[in-house]
Ligand binder design. Structure first.
Ligand SMILES: [Zn+2]
Length: 273
């Protein structure tokens, strides 16, 4: 098996690559795997510096996007990502926001458009392993759902079948984090998460990746997204050492399994090496 190994992750916004795969990217790179990140949107509707929300005065979506591009470059270099592809769609905002319907929003863009562009990248790179979100977009954000949809549609346009993983957090782990957050300050960073049934049933997890050797880079990459991940965030408040002691794994479910893998693997390239 001397073919070059390539990993490709499809993420919705600048910062998602760090939060869901910030350990996996440099780990795979250190193992000689080529790593490719596809970021679908520019993240216009993240916070502006100072935590200014999109509906508040002083929030300029284009300035936010420009800042987030710089943050993404920094994070990608920290995570040693070999190639970053920006599809450049406009952030769709959260569910129900008028931004959902902006003609250039990712959500309003026909699926075939994103799928065709992603299929082009897949055909160029021919990754054996592709990662994206589940059909709920991990937490219901329209851009995450659309990232899932274009990925699944693109897979139908290419001439081979990669192994596909969706990022996931086991319910048991989510519960532990929530308890920790409540303990810390009684306030959740993401109150909307409290309303949802978060996390994936533990027995559906098909890959548990030990990222202890690279989670310091993950911490630094998250910190590079300073406009979105403030000093007060769940992660930053742990501090570097707390983060490294706590965020020891990344988890995935397996959705396409051309190598016929069975059970839980500890390597996303199981079956290929
Ligand atoms: Zn996101």
């Amino acid at each position: 098996m001397s073919e070059r190994l390539t990993f490709l992750a499809v993420h919705a916004h600048p910062d998602d690559e760090a939060s869901s795969t910030g350990g996996t990217f440099p780990l795979l790179q250190s193992q000689g795997v080529r790593t490719v990140l596809v970021t679908c949107t520019n993240g216009e509707f993240g916070d502006a510096p100072g935590g200014i929300k999109p509906d508040e005065t002083g929030h300029d979506p284009d300035e936010v996007a420009a800042l987030r591009q710089v943050e993404l470059d920094t994070a990608a270099s920290i995570l040693r990502i070999d190639r970053v592809v920006r599809l450049g769609y406009r952030d769709s905002g959260m569910v129900g926001w008028p931004q959902n319907h902006h003609p250039s929003s990712f959500w309003a863009t026909p699926l075939e458009d994103g799928a065709a562009r992603l299929a082009e990248v897949l055909t160029e790179e021919r990754p054996q392993v592709v990662m994206t979100y589940n059909d709920f977009g991990f937490y219901g954000h329209p851009d995450h759902i659309q990232a899932h949809r274009i990925t699944m549609a693109a897979l139908d346009l290419i001439d081979y079948e990669p192994t596909v993983y969706f990022n996931a957090i086991p319910k048991s782990v989510f519960k532990g984090w929530r308890d920790r957050m409540r303990e810390n300050d009684g306030i959740s960073e993401h109150p909307e998460e409290e309303e949802n049934d978060f996390g994936t049933a533990d027995d559906l997890i098909a890959a548990i990746i030990d990222v202890r050797s690279t989670n310091e880079m993950k911490f630094d990459a998250l910190a590079a997204h300073a406009s979105q991940i403030s000093e007060d965030s769940f992660w930053m408040k742990m501090g570097r050492e707390g983060f490294m002691a706590t965020m020891v794994n990344e988890w995935f479910t397996r959705e396409r399994n051309p190598r016929g893998l069975d059970g839980v693997v500890s390597d996303l390239f199981a079956g290929y090496r």
